[in-house]
Design a protein around this ligand. Structure first.
Ligand code: TRP
Length: 327
């Protein structure tokens, strides 16, 4: 007897080349779960338009992101990878779902409020307000049961559950109520100690070459009270120590002791850390070099993923149409 694998749906907006935060916060998790679950990975290119209608960078950013996914170890023969814009059913289900949730519910979405504040948005578009409705369509088209996300996405998963429940009550049971799966590893800080973010420019990219990683790490901020070798440092407030924790666990006790006593200087500590990151990223770098050389293979992987995703999406929409008696 074969038991059906549970379905994971995960996605990212195409922001271009990915950084260590994406690896630790999402990709490692996707890769670890790809055998036990049926994964679908979506490039949320329509979602990218919610905060910026300019499409210039979207094709390039989507391709770079896909190469990073593959390089990080996503096996596309197991897990279809696809662009949201290529599967028309996302748009249709988004429309139908938009009738099942009130605008006041969407206006209460804390993630939206944060974006409006951070990006200083003056008039929220109808499409931006409906961001979680499109996300619900993304997840439920594939009957996603588990959604690995960061904390900022929890409100969207809650809205997805409400929409699934409402549809099932109003028409017929078609959809599961998906659950969020938070990533275990706490966030890696950026090289300046602030939140790691592409727009701040404090990241190490998965595609950075060894020398770039070393020079970025050399400039990383450390404990301001530790000015020269010999001064005692506080590893728990040092972002370099957080990186050691992730990429160089074996030496953590020794590094803590050396930092606290002062015998270990920041310059050596950072170089050591950079070298461990360089090593950890070696297989990713190798695969990236391969995919960069084999562009047509990347295109074929995407086309294949889109064919498989489209078949699932179509089957779900047939059920939706049957349940509603229209369409
Ligand atoms: N909103 C997600 C983010 O910004 C991206 C996304 C779009 C997504 N559709 C999804 C994530 C479906 C999980 C499932 O990170």
């Amino acid at each position: 007897m074969t038991t059906r694998k549970r379905v994971i749906l995960s996605g990212m907006r195409p922001t271009g080349k990915l950084h260590l935060g994406h690896l630790v916060g999402a990709l490692e998790n996707w890769v670890a779960l790809q055998h036990e679950f049926q994964n679908y990975h979506l490039i949320a290119d329509y979602h990218a338009l919610t905060t910026n209608p300019d499409t210039t960078d979207i094709p390039d950013h989507s391709r770079e992101m896909l190469i990073d996914w593959l390089s990080a170890g996503i096996d596309p023969s197991l897990s279809p990878v696809f662009r949201q814009s290529r599967i028309k059913e996302h748009s249709e289900l988004h429309l139908l779902f938009s009738m099942l949730i009130s605008s006041s519910r969407l206006e209460r979405n804390p993630t939206l409020k944060e974006q409006v504040r951070d990006l200083e948005i003056e008039g929220v578009t109808y499409g931006h307000l409906g961001y979680p409705v499109l996300q619900a369509a993304d997840i439920l088209l594939y009957k996603g049961e588990i959604v690995p996300v960061g904390e900022d996405q929890l409100p969207h998963i809650e809205i997805t559950r409400e929409i699934a429940r409402k549809f099932n009550q109003q028409y017929k049971r078609v959809f599961p109520e998906p659950e969020a799966k938070l990533t275990k590893f706490s966030r890696l800080p950026g090289l300046d100690g602030r939140r790691m973010s592409k727009s701040v420019g404090n990241t190490i990219l998965l595609s950075d070459l060894p020398d770039t990683i070393r020079s970025k790490m050399r400039k990383a901020v450390t404990d301001p009270q530790k000015i020269r070798k010999g001064d005692p440092g506080r590893p728990d407030i040092c972002l370099v120590f957080a990186y050691h924790n992730k990429f160089n666990q074996a030496e953590v006790p020794e590094i803590r002791a050396g930092c606290e006593s002062g015998s270990l200087g920041c310059v050596d500590c950072k170089l050591n850390c950079a070298n461990h990151i360089v090593n950890a990223l070696a297989p990713i770098r190798e695969r990236r070099a391969y995919y960069e050389k084999h562009g047509s293979e990347v295109k074929e992987i995407l086309a294949d993923g889109e064919r498989r995703a489209a078949a699932v999406a179509k089957a779900t929409m047939t059920e939706v149409h049957d349940a509603m008696g229209i369409g």
